[in-house]
Ligand binder design. Structure first.
Ligand SMILES: *Cc1c(COP(=O)(O)O)cnc(C)c1O
Length: 409
């Protein structure tokens, strides 16, 4: 064994940071809580712990109504929500602001639900007046539910859910409102009951800081009643027994995801009982703004670098989508991953995979277990990459982000 004659400084050594919008960074406390012997699933600590977990699951979505949990990812809880809400041939109106809304629509269509998509494109918010008009044009109430994403993780557009509820109410339409919060729960402010949402779906691996593998469907009492006869419901996906089990196995329709549950317990303790949910939202808001400030600086004086969403009110606090001009987004991602230990998110659904333009988009995640040094570190590393790759950019990004973090912007 001999050392190379010319030492090279590999600056990617050290703890890697996966800054893609899910799975997110998992706290060591969550991982450590999972590291234990298999627990008894019939009596004792685990069933007791889960009984106490359900109130916290409701609390994180700001609801006092029902919640069903699944051993599942996000795609699976789309399907769970569809199966419980609809009968074959029912009409769903999908209000889409990116790839994830479109995918929920495809899932519903493939199940035999009639789906109408209002597609607001890849960088614009929902036009609530158009949604209201569409609902007014359905006086017979054929539309059973309006489906949307709170945050579409592909575009980083955040939908104003109370405004959508208001548009539905203004149209006097009885449809249920179903919201995908997979990217946003535990990151962006979300209040299921106060905002009049009937169905919320989320999964464990984003703001909830737990490994992928658990999905959740919260549903209102109204949804439970309106959907009682939904004929797409099958025994495994049925939300009723999961939300009101008489025996422990019914929470999962079988063996519980034992170790995930200990991880989730720890994560919800951190979110709800230590930091506090509103403080969690405030942290994400501040970190998101620091990322936006950096992009604004990089994009000043050129039209190659820009945030995807122009208005701050329409931007997610969990993830930021941006363009860098092809192929520089891909070059920068590869540089930060291999030279600095930071993995950024690919652009998703912004261009076809075989289109050279695909290499002009990336995403920065700032969801879950993230703090100022992590987000400022990502920004400084991106700055280094822009310099190393000789990608033209405006000055002052790190300073601008630091000012936001310092509260002196
Ligand atoms: C991640 C995500 C999904 C998909 O979740 P999977 O666990 O990858 O199936 C769906 N919707 C949104 C908004 C997401 O962020």
């Amino acid at each position: 064994m001999s050392l190379p004659t010319t030492p090279t400084a590999d600056l990617s050594r050290g703890r890697p940071y996966l800054a893609i919008p899910g799975p997110s960074v998992m706290p060591d406390r969550v991982l450590n809580a999972m590291h234990r012997a298999a627990p008894n699933i019939y009596a004792g600590g685990l069933p007791d712990m889960v009984a106490a977990l359900w109130p916290d699951l409701r609390a994180v979505a700001c609801t006092t109504q029902h919640v069903a949990a699944y051993i599942a990812n996000g795609h699976a809880v789309w399907e769970a929500a569809n199966a419980n809400m609809f009968s074959r041939g029912d009409l769903a109106l999908v209000v889409a602001t990116g790839r994830f809304g479109l995918s929920w629509a495809e899932s519903a269509r493939a199940m035999g639900i009639e789906v109408e998509v209002m597609d607001f494109g890849k960088s614009a918010p929902v036009d609530m007046a158009r949604v209201e008009d569409r609902l007014r044009a359905d006086p017979a109430g054929r539309i059973k539910a309006v489906l949307t994403t709170h945050v579409d993780t592909a575009t980083s557009i955040r939908t104003n859910v109370p405004a959508l509820r208001a548009a539905m109410d203004a149209a006097g339409h009885p449809a249920l409102l179903a919201v995908d919060c997979i990217a946003s729960l535990g990151c962006d402010e979300y209040r299921m009951d106060a905002w009049g949402v009937d169905v919320t779906v989320a999964a464990s691996q984003k703001g909830l800081m737990t490994p992928p593998g658990m999905g959740f469907v919260w549903f209102s009492e109204k949804a439970r009643q309106v959907c009682a006869g939904a004929d797409l419901r099958t025994p495994y996906w049925a939300w009723g027994p999961r939300a009101e089990p008489t025996e422990f196995w019914q929470y999962w329709d079988g063996t519980a995801p034992t170790h995930h549950l200990f991880g989730l317990r720890e994560a919800l303790t951190m979110i709800l009982h230590e930091e506090g949910l509103e403080n969690v939202w405030a942290r994400h808001d501040r970190l998101a703004r620091s990322v936006w400030a950096a992009f604004d600086a990089w994009g000043s004086g050129n039209d190659r670098i820009a945030l995807n969403v122009s208005q701050a009110t329409d931007r997610a606090r969990a993830v930021t989508a941006a363009r860098l001009g092809a192929p520089d987004a891909t070059r920068l991602r590869e540089w930060t991953e291999h030279r600095a230990g930071v993995t950024l998110g690919i652009g998703l659904g912004m261009a076809a995979g075989d289109d050279p333009a695909w290499h002009g988009f990336l995403r920065v995640a700032h969801m879950g277990h993230v703090n100022a040094h992590m987000t400022l570190g990502v920004i400084a590393v991106m700055e280094a990459g822009l310099l190393a790759l000789n990608i033209p950019h405006g000055p002052g990004a790190v300073d601008a982000a630091a000012r936001v973090v310092a509260g002196v912007a």
